[in-house]
Design a protein around this ligand. Structure first.
Ligand code: HEC
Length: 110
């Protein structure tokens, strides 16, 4: 009976670890859905950059790209997120959300 109880507790512990998301998954979730337009639309699936639009200017085709933002420091991310840009929106994310974003953008998924 004691053994059975122990087994049950072990099962509960393993089960609860299962339901927590990792810092990487949390960062990825915020990256895709940061209370605003997802970073993914302009910076690509993993932050390495993406084409936003092509347009013509003085007869020449130009392209607007979201830059590579992988491996940025938390400080750099903060600066860009709170700033007013021409293309990129301003975001209001908390410190721990920005830390998770930085973690996601600096690590490879499994
Ligand atoms: C509508 C498109 C768009 C979205 C959405 C967007 N960005 Fe950007 N981002 C840009 C563009 C374009 C630039 C470069 C020009 C500028 O500063 O506006 C940029 C610049 C940056 C930079 C500075 C890069 C450098 O090398 O200086 C960082 C960091 C960044 N974005 C992070 C993010 C994060 C994190 C998100 C989501 C929370 C996000 N961006 C959402 C378009 C976007």
């Amino acid at each position: 009976m004691k053994n059975l109880f122990f087994l049950f507790i072990t099962f509960l512990v393993l089960k609860s670890e299962d339901s927590f998301i990792t810092q990487y998954e949390y960062g990825q979730m915020l990256y895709n859905n940061p209370r605003g337009i997802g970073c993914v639309h302009c910076h690509g699936k993993d932050g390495s950059g993406a084409l936003i639009a092509k347009y013509k200017e003085d007869g020449k085709t130009k392209s607007l790209r979201g830059p590579n933002i992988r491996n940025k420091s938390i400080k750099d991310l903060k600066k860009s997120l709170f700033k007013r840009h021409k293309v990129m929106p301003t975001y209001f994310l908390t410190d721990s959300e920005i830390e998770a974003l930085a973690y996601f953008l600096s690590n490879k998924g499994d």
